[in-house]
Ligand binder design. Structure first.
Ligand SMILES: Cc1cc2nc3c(=O)[nH]c(=O)nc-3n(C[C@H](O)[C@H](O)[C@H](O)COP(=O)(O)OP(=O)(O)OC[C@H]3O[C@@H](n4cnc5c(N)ncnc54)[C@H](O)[C@@H]3O)c2cc1C
Length: 390
């Protein structure tokens, strides 16, 4: 292929302008960290169903956690571009186990923006060091897309909240030391009765269920969480009571951009690996890329991945300027996840039986990518969001 996405600053669409040289220097550092601390161990972590805590501490020490957090609380005070580089390196190496983006780019911003000063000082430095691992619990066994139907409640009693309910599919759930729990503080008010409350692991009544067995993302821990008369101080509330839904809406564009950024890099990298494979693999006396069907599939894939790269970088640039809208973030997430799934399926097919073997990266990437159409708001919910703007 004429373009090597593994080279810093390059993409299928040519030179990338969204990053500056400091970003690319940071990419070198991240790349070295992944090559040393993550890539050699990831297959074992997939078998374990979880990554070790030690890699979180190593990532914290290397400055890979919470790049956007202000220096006052132990972060680097950097922009989202630094986070995007970490996300891209996860996609490039296909090492989906460490839930760093969820922690740094989804959980920590809620605390940094909305917690009391005391709680920020209690938690954020430990989160930047990888000592306190974060999770966010919205989904329940009976509801995922329809947040207003949540049944977990937080009843105020004096200066405490008493939380009851259960959550499921929570990423980082086994490792989590601090969980942002979405709960109804006014059960009669639908989405206007939701609050975000931080619950530290070890609080009496808070228990973690089993590490859920998934069809992909095998090294990532995903859990059920149970809350039975869990008491936390009212100081653990994020922002104002009953305003949780509006906070979620405000932060979801960044969560969706995380998924789109990962999809863009994943498509470029897997395309390249598939082209290499198709040039090497022989059938009927010729490389399988010489069959026009395969070549056309790969040509279409290259054209579409190139188009998506341009759009994803556009959204990234908008976000760096604070201008990414809910609608565009939903568009990027919808297109990225859907296209990635289609292309990965074609790439797997071109690998033949080897594509179905776990030892080949495409099979694992295909299974990992499937959830992109479901979490962070499903593709159907993205279409609803876009549809409302028509
Ligand atoms: C690996 C993994 C990790 C996850 N991590 C987290 C996490 O860290 N925290 C967390 O809170 N949640 C997490 N989730 C949950 C995820 O966000 C939900 O699964 C997702 O929001 C969908 O909710 P649901 O599963 O209840 O599906 P449902 O809401 O029951 O939807 C079922 C189907 O109906 C469709 N549908 C629903 N409503 C509409 C509508 N209005 N119009 C058209 N179609 C509709 C959906 O798109 C879907 O296809 C995770 C899930 C997975 C699989």
């Amino acid at each position: 292929m004429d373009t090597n996405p593994a080279l810093p600053g390059r993409s299928l669409a040519g030179p990338r302008t969204v990053y500056n040289t400091d970003h690319e220097m940071f990419r070198d550092q991240v790349r070295r960290f992944f090559e040393r601390h993550i890539v050699p161990h990831h297959r074992q972590w997939e078998r374990d169903g979880i990554v070790p805590r030690s890699v979180w501490l190593e990532a914290g020490a290397a400055g890979l956690l919470c790049p956007m957090l202000s220096e006052e609380y132990g972060g680097a005070g950097a922009d989202f571009g630094y986070s995007a580089i970490i996300i891209e390196e996860i996609a490039r190496t296909n090492c989906t186990g460490p839930g760093f983006p969820l922690h740094s780019d989804i959980v920590v911003p809620y605390i940094a923006d909305l917690a009391t000063e005391q709680r920020k000082r209690d938690w954020l430095p430990g989160m930047a060091r990888g000592e306190i691992i974060g999770a966010i619990a919205m989904t329940e066994p009976g509801m995922g897309s329809d947040l207003k139907a949540m049944r977990t409640t937080a009843r105020r009693e004096g200066d405490e909240y008493v939380i009851n309910g259960s959550k499921t599919f929570i990423s980082n759930g086994q490792l989590a030391d601090l969980v942002i729990v979405c709960a109804k503080t006014d059960p009669s008010a639908g989405r206007k009765g939701i609050s975000l409350i931080c619950v530290p692991a070890g609080t009496p009544g808070f228990t973690k269920g089993r590490n859920l067995e998934k069809i992909g993302l095998h090294a990532q821990d995903t859990s059920e969480l149970f809350f039975e008369d869990v008491r936390v101080p009212v100081g653990n509330l994020l922002g104002e009571e009953n305003r949780g839904f509006s906070y979620l809406i405000r932060n979801l564009p960044q969560e969706r951009l995380v998924i789109a950024v990962r999809a863009a890099m994943g498509m470029e990298v897997m395309l390249e690996k598939t082209v290499d494979y198709a040039k090497e693999r022989q059938a009927f006396g010729q490389p399988v890329i010489d069959f026009q069907h395969n070549r056309f599939k790969l040509a279409d894939a290259k054209a579409q991945a190139t188009m998506f790269r341009v759009f994803a970088d556009h959204c990234l640039a908008l976000h760096l300027r604070g201008e990414l809208t809910v609608e565009l973030a939903a568009t990027a997430k919808l297109l990225g996840a859907e296209l990635q799934n289609r292309l990965f399926d074609d790439f797997l097919q071109i690998h033949g039986g080897y594509g179905y073997m776990a030892e080949y990266e495409i099979g694992r990437a295909w299974a990992d990518a499937r959830v992109g159409r479901i979490y962070g708001g499903s593709s159907e919910i993205m279409r609803e969001i876009i549809g409302r703007t028509l």
